[in-house]
Write a protein that binds this ligand. Structure first.
Ligand code: B12
Ligand code: SF4
Ligand code: SF4
Length: 388
């Protein structure tokens, strides 16, 4: 890359290693973002999330991570092969035999690894030129969207996601923080949402409470990651989602256009892997389950947390006459963990199978049925016959 300045070298390096967009900005404090974090935390919108909310002063001041920080080289990698749900139905394909949970697009494939390797290659060039670097992506030390916005990579959508002009929001973001003083990209790109508000209307739980503001207490993406009981009021809305939620992006017109224009086969993104077999999830042992989901954020790496989610989704998607599903529910109703037993009870009632709760071992344990679930049992007097 002889003849090029350092800026050109690293931008070319980033692109050559898989970055779909690169931008450079100053590493001065993100004071507006700090205020957003503090105000939203004060209003409770962060639920009990830590991440960047834990220490807003640190997460919005790059010099707290690298003394003398001058620039951020921000990169974006597109991850979005369409989920298998969107594929036109194939008449020859067998009907899905078992209930399955839907995995959000960003958790399918390994585009986060592509991003990390590309940022590492940029950092390596900078270090060879004598500068110090820290690579940050999905790290508590930087608000990635704010950095990408400042670096001119995209605009903040009303969904809070950062959208790239002409390419939409199916991108993971990250940055190389450095003490090199690099020429910056031309400032933030213009808003592209206009009068559209489909993401606000399309959110299944009305979690986007103002333009660009997500209330994590209602956001399914967070609720799936949050420990304890899954909030009753959002269990129906969860539908078949087992990890992440894409609705505010699926309905977004720029994304729909980009899906049509840009989606070809994607390296690392296998078609049809956006679904996970629920029976398998509920039968797998701890090691198997954690190995298959090793890149998911799971609180305390506790496999029971994933089983909790799988039980809610099973309740939302299984058939009340599916013998295998009912067998699993019977097993979880007797589970040593009361939280799992309670979620199994909810699922049983959801499927109209209050009869499963008549099991003596279920009745002698502390009550696992929440009164709020009783409405789910319209078929209690006439349970669906078990078949198969
Ligand atoms: C915490 C977190 C979450 C939380 C909270 C999300 C949130 N909106 O804050 C939860 C778990 C819910 C979550 C969900 C998702 N996340 Co997340 N998450 C993060 C994390 C770790 C920190 C985000 C943060 O600090 N937010 C702080 C708040 C203040 O920022 P904000 O919500 O973006 O708000 C901005 C706008 O409001 C804007 N703004 C201010 N005023 C105004 C006014 C108007 C009119 C508008 C339009 C905007 C606007 O400024 C704010 C920032 O200062 C980052 C990684 C990182 N370290 O940055 C990933 C990150 C943001 N997540 C990401 C992804 C992919 C997702 C999901 C799509 C995953 C999924 N499919 O389930 C969803 C999308 C949900 C959504 N609509 O935002 C990507 C986003 C990529 C992109 N193109 O935007 C990131 C950057 C991870 C990464 N490195 O790629 N996430
Ligand atoms: S991720 Fe889902 S629940 Fe969260 S804001 Fe978007 S559509 Fe709503
Ligand atoms: S759905 Fe509409 S309002 Fe929401 S982010 Fe996309 S373009 Fe913006």
């Amino acid at each position: 890359m002889g003849g090029m300045g350092l800026r050109e070298v690293i931008v070319a390096r980033g692109h050559a290693n898989g970055l779909d967009a690169v931008g450079i900005c100053e590493a001065s404090p993100f004071t507006g973002t700090r205020q957003d974090l503090e105000q939203r935390r004060a209003a409770g919108l962060n639920a009990d999330m830590e991440f960047t909310y834990r220490n807003p002063e640190r997460s919005t001041d790059p010099s707290r991570t690298l003394a003398g920080a001058r620039s951020l080289v921000v990169g974006a990698v597109r991850y979005a092969s369409r989920s298998s749900d969107d594929d036109p139905p194939d008449a020859a394909a067998p009907v899905e035999p078992t209930p399955a949970g839907r995995v959000a697009r960003y958790a399918v494939g390994d585009q986060d690894q592509v991003l990390r390797r590309a940022l590492d290659s940029v950092a390596s060039d900078l270090r060879h030129a004598g500068f110090r670097t820290v690579v940050l992506s999905d790290d508590n030390a930087l608000v990635d969207r704010a950095a990408a916005h400042r670096a001119g990579i995209g605009w903040f959508g009303k969904s809070a996601n950062l959208l790239l002009p002409g390419r939409g929001s199916w991108f993971v973001l990250g940055a190389v923080l450095t003490d090199a003083d690099l020429p910056t990209s031309s400032g933030p790109v213009a808003d592209g949402c206009g009068a559209c508000r489909r993401c606000l209307d399309g959110c299944p739980t009305q979690a986007i409470v103002a333009d660009g503001v997500v209330d994590a207490r209602r956001c399914l993406s967070w609720l799936l990651q949050s420990p304890g009981a899954f909030p009753h009021e959002f269990r129906d809305a969860l539908g078949d989602r087992i990890y992440g939620c894409d609705d505010c992006q699926e309905v977004c017109p720029p994304n729909r256009l980009a899906d049509r224009r840009l989606d070809g086969p994607q390296p690392g993104v296998a078609a049809g892997t956006g679904r996970i077999d629920l029976r398998w999830m509920l039968e797998a042992d701890d090691d198997e389950l954690m190995a298959a989901t090793r890149r998911w954020y799971v609180p305390g790496r506790d496999p029971d947390h994933l089983r909790r989610n799988a039980l809610v989704v099973l309740g939302n998607t299984a058939d009340g006459g599916d013998a295998a599903a009912l067998g699993l529910l019977r097993r979880f109703l007797r589970h040593r963990d009361d939280n799992l037993a309670a979620h199994a009870a909810w699922a049983a009632l959801r499927l109209g199978r209050s009869d499963l709760l008549d099991d003596a071992e279920v009745r002698i344990r502390p009550p696992v049925v929440d009164e709020r679930d009783r409405w789910h049992a319209p078929l209690a007097a006439d349970p669906v016959r078990e078949t198969g």
